[in-house]
Design a binder for this molecule. Structure first.
Ligand code: SF4
Length: 389
């Protein structure tokens, strides 16, 4: 049995000072568990601290506007989590009187709370004896029990849930659960696990068989389609035009640059000019900036940005789905990360007659470079867990 060894190891070597530990407040436990889905602790800490400072309890979060929640979440990725966070807070207040239910099955009915997250909340906030199975725990169990096969496959996942359930201790559920999480995050790493420091090394099948590099089995390869779009940067002095994206789907609910799908790659300014017309804008001829790529879970997006200056505007750009954002405020707005990077690197004054063209090209190169960084981190997150939003 692994529970006794894990509890003992956690008490001596585990993590005890994370900002969401040493509390049984279900709100804080829930917030941290949602943020930690597909995201590493070091990334989550500053976001968590900002959230609890601004929204100290579930009622404060439920009363906030989605825009503010998305803006605070911006940069953490997987924005469905932020939208579900907001919906969940409203449901806890509206249907549960502001108190999270203690039962894992009831928790799992709330927006954005899956089976493993529900179990973690039930354990840490209510001391319930429940099994978790996040990405790190899957890795530990796959290796320790020598489970081959992709752990996201239904049959393998069921086996792992059975293992996780059977391993639960009669006492010490919090230390045991935290120990599993800590072991996966700090010892049983994806690359080069520190088996010499592992309390489970004595009967680990993967260590015995020399298969730690092969387990868990990776997701079967699939081709990721490439899509193209044009984004239009319309400048009005030190402001740019943004439009709100639809509530569901990619970057749902965030503010972004006006965008049009492109059938083919290329720097044809016609779609950008058409976009400007759609907003009732008369603009200078759109000039292309270097394209950049951004990776999503199910496809890769190649963005061709164009920049132009406003000459005259009619009604559409004043609607509630559009706004003129001062470039100095990109840090506070709910923007997708690559769009924020592109806007931050634009020159502060509108480029005229080629005077700022070099700066604009530099801006897009910066967006492209940052976007690649973001893509890498998203890939790392995906590797950490097989679930996607
Ligand atoms: S012995 Fe190594 S592979 Fe096995 S569970 Fe521990 S760290 Fe992971």
């Amino acid at each position: 049995m692994i529970a006794e060894r894990l509890i003992d190891w956690q008490l001596k070597h585990g993590r005890h000072d994370l900002p969401w530990q040493r509390t049984r407040d279900p709100y804080r436990v829930w917030l941290s568990e949602v943020m930690l889905q597909q995201t590493q602790v070091a990334t989550v800490v500053p976001y968590y601290l900002r959230f609890v400072a601004r929204f100290p309890d579930v009622r404060a979060l439920a009363a906030a506007g989605l825009d503010e929640v998305l803006a605070l979440w911006s940069g953490l990725g997987y924005y469905t989590r932020a939208r579900n966070l907001h919906r969940c807070a409203a449901e806890v207040v509206g249907r549960h009187g502001g108190a999270f239910p203690g039962d894992a099955a009831l928790l799992a009915r709330l927006p954005g709370i899956g089976r493993s997250t529900a179990a973690a909340i039930a354990v840490f906030a209510f001391g319930r004896r429940e099994a978790i199975l996040d990405g790190n725990v899957r890795r530990v169990l796959c290796r320790h029990a020598g489970v081959s096969g992709y752990p996201g496959a239904a049959a393998i996942e069921k086996r792992l849930w059975d293992f996780a359930q059977a391993a639960l201790p009669a006492r010490g559920i919090e230390a045991y659960t935290q120990g599993l999480m800590d072991l996966g995050a700090t010892v049983c790493l994806r690359a080069r696990p520190a088996c010499g420091a592992c309390p489970l090394a004595g009967d680990c099948v993967a260590l015995r068989d020399g298969t730690t590099a092969q387990l868990p089995a990776p997701r079967p390869r699939r081709s990721v389609p490439l899509r193209h779009c044009a984004m239009l940067v319309v400048r009005r002095g030190d402001e740019v035009l943004l439009e709100r994206r639809p509530p569901a789907g990619v970057w749902g609910g965030l503010w972004s640059l006006p965008e049009a799908a492109l059938a083919d790659p290329g720097a044809d300014p016609a779609p950008a000019a058409e976009l400007a017309r759609r907003f009732g804008l008369r603009v200078t001829p759109p000039r292309p900036l270097p394209a950049f790529d951004h990776a999503f879970t199910h496809f890769r997006l190649r963005v061709q940005p164009f920049v132009c200056e406003l000459e005259a505007a009619a009604g559409a750009a004043q609607s509630s789905a559009a706004l003129w954002l001062p470039l100095g405020e990109t840090g506070q707005a709910a923007l997708p990360q690559p769009v924020r990077a592109l806007l931050r690197a634009l020159p502060s004054r509108p480029a005229r007659a080629g005077a700022g063209a070099a700066q604009e090209r530099a801006a897009s190169r910066v967006a492209s470079a940052r976007c690649r960084t973001s893509t890498c981190s998203m890939r790392r997150k995906r590797r950490a867990s097989s679930s996607t939003q």
